[in-house]
Design a protein around this ligand. Structure first.
Ligand code: DGJ
Length: 697
């Protein structure tokens, strides 16, 4: 049984990791161990029970609490902050009982209540044994007769083994420039990364990795995790003065308050975390498997090669223009034709139309049906772009319901890209948006939807809110999940893509609804290599939608652009009518090749052999799970002359198995390809794709 009790400990074991905590003699739930799985239950240390440090720090200050309350003389960052009905603002937890649920995923629920007040707190744990991951969340219940106020309720506190010399790896960026890997030494105090933008954001991903400063891509102990939430979130990594490093993660408490009425509960989103002894690459592969096996709605479905109209026709979509593109796309072997922005009522440019989700009468006089039928007749599926959370002031929806947007009264409503945000916390808004999109999907043969969101929030008000307006941060996301979830349930064959001006909403929360993420609006292949690499720290290749576009075409060869996009879920976004016959023929050949190798890329294990964020010659390898077939991509961007392409060392092969690599005459053992490596010489802006096959034994 992966969850069991031993002495005063609860021990949680996955395939390779162990996690232990227990009630110490002082009655605090203290974290005891998180590392490689140990052979015997008696190997796990007892919950720590430190003495106070003089009169200035109580025992709680020195105890690595499993979930830190604010109570007594302790000043570490708490995981929960409440105001009880009589103004008391601390929480003194006493343990009540446990509940262990063996399947489908083993779960542990620990129930606590306050020593005096009718408040109940449950800590939840769920194990994903195969992926070495633990999921944690918290439920707070008000069992008293009066409301209480929550001002912070994080999902988990992750304690690292005693020490104050850790390094935090995280991903930062901005629109067009997402997913840069940063590594910061954690020093005494609190390092915070967060989103205050109503989405998980382009700026920081709700993800972390921590190591002792010595881990590399393929070596060393790494603790990693994140939050499955698509709104405001916060990670606070604290180093105390008592050699303790801990990470609180959960809903952002900035500008947050939640009134919890009598008899009601509040459940946080799930945090997840795991460990590996094999470096950052292994951490990513565990997450990739977790996402594919346990999170995605269609995690076992191979993604089709799609065409997207955006960069070709922008808002100028109409039946003839899209039909012409579709005909060329079908000839090249594309399987899914997606019409992007511009198709709906009044949408001439980005000043009008959002909210009015029916076909524009001038552009599509007979509706969308003729185009969809033509696309289907060409042998392709049809997909569509929508941005359901938004409204332009120039729209019928806004004219009818100007009060439906997020705003503060008596303040200007800041427009970004000429649009305002519908308040998805409101049930009436949810209902109207649901029924408009539901009708669209019911009336048409649409099997793919790109769900976009092109601005961040401002003036985050909710006039007329039933409770505290600051609940909007959470209720909005709950409303989004509810609308999207209902649509997904009613239209189960639709594959959804999450987009927010590129990678503004990539997180494990949205992946319960969307199978794909549009990584960035930056489609220049050379920039994209670095963005894709950052993205791969969290997400597997099948989630990563990657188009071949015309960006940089003067310099970057078409084959290079294809190879970059073939590292994910391949799409094409260039203006096909402007492509030469030779380019179309090359594209068709590469699309055919991608179809052969995509199971390895989309479902295999990814090895970042050389970093695009750190070097000019990045390389990435995908191996199938059996390690019998692989695909190697190597790129050279721009290097100073004179220079040679550095030698590549493969990873993940079976050492004593022979492998044949395209372009090399002699098969060699996996050990040789990994230890001695191989030389592939490339010129600037040249790339190569090499298939790898195990020699039949
Ligand atoms: C932002 C997206 O990231 C683009 O791909 C495109 O869909 C535009 N929005 C359309 O407005």
């Amino acid at each position: 049984m992966p969850i069991f009790r031993h002495n005063s400990l609860w021990i949680l074991e996955t395939a390779a990791s162990g996690y232990a905590f227990g009630l110490n003699p002082a009655g605090l739930l203290a974290h005891a161990y998180w590392g490689p799985r140990l052979p015997f239950p008696s190997d796990y240390p007892l919950p720590p029970n430190p003495a106070p440090w003089a009169s200035f720090n109580g025992a709680g200050q020195l105890t690595p609490e499993e979930y830190a309350t604010y109570a007594g003389p302790k000043y570490t960052d708490p995981s929960i902050l409440l105001t009880l009905p009589d103004g008391v603002r601390d929480l003194v937890l006493t343990y009540e009982d446990e509940q262990i649920v063996p399947s489908p995923q083993p779960e542990l629920h620990l129930h606590f209540r306050d020593a005096h007040y009718p408040v109940k707190l449950t800590l939840h744990y769920r194990l994903y044994e195969d992926c070495d991951l633990i999921e944690r969340w918290v439920t707070l219940s008000n069992q008293g007769p009066e409301p209480l106020i929550i001002s912070r309720l994080f999902s988990a506190l992750w304690n690292l083994p005693p020490g104050d010399n850790y390094r935090l790896t995280h991903l930062t960026g901005r629109w067009l420039d997402e997913m840069h890997l940063r590594r910061d030494q954690l020093t005494h105090g609190i390092k915070t990364i967060e989103s205050r933008r109503l989405t998980s954001s382009h700026h920081h991903a709700p993800w972390f990795a921590v190591d002792d400063g010595r881990a590399t891509e393929d070596h060393g102990q790494v603790w990693f995790g994140g939050l499955a939430w698509s709104g405001n979130w916060k990670l606070a990594a604290e180093v105390t003065d008592f050699q303790s490093t801990r990470l609180n993660i959960g809903l952002n408490d900035w500008d947050f308050a939640w009134t919890l009425p009598p008899g009601e509960s509040f459940t946080t989103p799930a945090a997840f975390a795991g460990i590996t002894l094999a470096g950052f690459g292994a951490a990513s592969r565990l997450l990739h498997d977790h996402i594919r096996d346990h999170i995605l709605p269609h995690g076992k479905t191979l993604h089709k090669v799609l065409y997207n109209s955006w960069e070709a026709t922008l808002f100028d979509v109409d039946e003839p223009s899209q039909t012409r593109l579709a005909e060329v796309a079908a000839d090249m072997g594309i399987e899914l034709f997606v019409m992007d922005d511009g198709w709906f009522h009044g949408r001439k440019d980005d000043h009008a139309g959002l909210g009015d989700w029916w076909p524009d009468e001038k552009k599509f006089p007979a509706g969308l049906a003729p185009l969809i039928e033509r696309v289907n007749a060409l042998g392709m599926d049809f997909g569509l772009w929508i941005e359901p959370e938004m409204v332009n002031p120039d729209s019928d929806l806004y004219r009818a319901h100007p009060d439906w947007v997020i705003h503060f009264p008596n303040r200007e409503r800041s427009e970004c890209r000429n649009q305002l945000i519908l308040n998805f916390a409101r049930p009436d808004v949810q209902e109207v948006v649901f029924s408009r999109i539901d009708k669209l999907l019911t009336d048409h043969n649409i099997v793919f939807i790109k769900w976009d969101m092109n601005r961040n929030v401002s003036e985050p008000g909710w006039p007329g809110a039933p409770g505290d307006q600051r609940e909007i941060w959470v209720r909005y996301v709950q409303g989004l999940y509810a609308v999207w979830g209902r649509l997904a349930e009613r239209h189960p064959r639709v594959i959804w893509q999450s987009c927010s001006g590129g990678g503004g909403r990539g997180d494990l929360g949205i992946l319960r609804l969307a199978d794909q993420i549009w990584v960035s609006d930056n489609t220049a292949a050379t920039s994209r290599l670095a963005i894709q690499e950052g993205f791969s720290h969290i997400f597997p290749a099948n989630v990563m939608e990657a188009w071949v576009t015309d960006a940089g075409k003067e310099l970057i060869p078409l084959e290079f652009r294809f190879h970059v996009s073939m590292c994910g879920s391949l799409g094409i976004g260039g203006h096909l009518l402007h492509w030469s016959e030779a380019d179309r023929a090359l594209a068709a050949a590469l699309i055919a090749q991608y179809k052969e190798i995509r199971p390895i890329i989309q479902f295999g294990d990814q090895y970042r052999l050389r970093s695009a964020q750190e070097t000019a010659c990045p390389a990435v390898l995908y191996l199938n799970k059996e390690k019998t077939e692989g695909v190697l991509f190597a790129f050279r961007i721009l290097m100073q002359y004179p220079s040679t392409t550095p030698r590549l060392h493969l990873q993940g092969l079976i050492p004593n198995r022979q492998y044949q690599i395209e372009g090399f005459e002699q098969p060699r053992s996996g050990a040789a390809w990994m230890a001695d490596g191989l030389q592939i010489d490339l010129n600037d802006l040249q790339s190569t794709l090499r298939r790898i096959k195990a020699v039949p034994s």
